[in-house]
Design a protein around this ligand. Structure first.
Ligand SMILES: NC(=O)c1ccc[n+]([C@@H]2O[C@H](COP(=O)([O-])OP(=O)(O)OC[C@H]3O[C@@H](n4cnc5c(N)ncnc54)[C@H](O)[C@@H]3O)[C@@H](O)[C@H]2O)c1
Length: 294
């Protein structure tokens, strides 16, 4: 999407952090923005702040763990702005812990928000974008945790690796429909994600774990404050959307650790090439690498 002016962006998790920053960055490009967030009161305040900056903003309460909720959000956006062109599937929460110590319910919570929330956003909006024929773009927020996997972050990394993988596939499938797909992969950004547990649906995911990590919130807040300014991320996303980038990175200093991971993966191939077991396979057997993998 080269020309953003007058088009409409729907942003999940739009009331805070990177979602709000994307809304501001899209708004500065002349887009209408819909903040879709589970925190309706905060979203309303943020709409006022964006309007004070001459940005056409609206908000709608959405819980991305519900396909119906996203569908209602889409209908509300179409009622306000006519069409949706750009969707940022960005709402997300953090979950993790020592092996065996991830709180009960957190696996489901993080998968529902970070992974299935993105699936629902794609499946609800792609047909709507396709139907107006003006093209569009999805920005799915993953993380550097979608490329590297530090111990203790398995639930979060599982969802973020999945968002990277799904986005790579969707980019191939939606390109012929003039719909671009990018995956946003930031490192540390100064946002409110450290306090994400406030939005945990405890009635669904259980009471155990509802207070997990809440005892050192101030420490986490200070650590997050060392991250980069979300507005820079928003501006980088605008660049990435205009250039139809598959991967939108914001922390280039991670290049080395990602390369090292690939090298460890490649070393696994080198080792397997020496395998006596594999060397018993017929040399002329069919190769099953799917065409889309290249
Ligand atoms: N902050 C970082 O360092 C960082 C790094 C990499 C990736 N990310 C990812 O960026 C995205 C945005 O997070 P952030 O850092 O801006 O955090 P944030 O907490 O500031 O913003 C997240 C927003 O999502 C909303 N939200 C939570 N659950 C929701 C639900 N079920 N339905 C709808 N909205 C919901 C929250 O109310 C909040 O407004 C997340 O996907 C996160 O995983 C963050």
């Amino acid at each position: 999407m080269k020309d953003l002016r007058g088009k409409t962006a729907f942003i999940t998790g739009g009331a805070s952090g990177m979602g709000l920053a994307m809304a501001e960055a899209f708004g500065r490009e002349g887009m209408n923005v819909m903040l879709a967030d589970i925190e309706a009161d905060v979203a309303l305040k943020k709409v006022e702040e964006l309007r004070a900056k001459q940005i056409k903003a609206e908000c709608v309460q959405v819980d991305v763990t519900s396909r119906d909720s996203l569908r209602n959000g889409a209908l509300a956006t179409i009622a306000k702005f006519g069409k949706v062109h750009l969707v940022a599937n960005n709402a997300g929460i953090g979950a993790g812990g020592p092996f065996g110590g991830v709180p009960e319910g957190d696996w489901d919570w993080v998968i529902d928000v970070n992974l299935k929330g993105v699936v629902y956003g794609m499946e609800v909006f792609a047909p709507l974008i396709e139907s107006h024929g003006e093209g569009g773009h999805f920005v799915n927020t993953a993380s550097m945790a979608g490329h590297i996997s530090p111990g203790g972050m398995e639930p979060y990394c599982a969802t973020k690796f999945a968002v990277v993988a799904m986005s790579e596939g969707w980019q191939q499938q939606l390109a012929p429909k003039d719909i671009g797909v990018s995956v946003l992969c930031p490192g540390l950004v100064s946002t409110n994600i450290y306090a994400g547990r406030r939005n945990r649906q405890n009635t669904v995911y259980g009471e155990k774990g509802k207070d997990f990590g809440q005892d050192n919130l101030e420490q986490q807040r200070q650590w997050m404050a060392g991250g980069i300014d979300p507005l820079v991320v928003g501006q980088r996303v605008v660049e990435g959307v205009k250039d139809n980038d598959m991967y939108i990175f914001t922390h280039v200093e991670y290049e080395g650790v990602v390369r090292e991971r690939f090298e460890r993966v490649m070393a696994g191939f080198d080792k397997s090439k020496q395998s006596p077991a594999l060397n018993t396979l017929p040399k002329d057997r069919r190769l099953d690498v799917p065409p889309g993998a290249r």
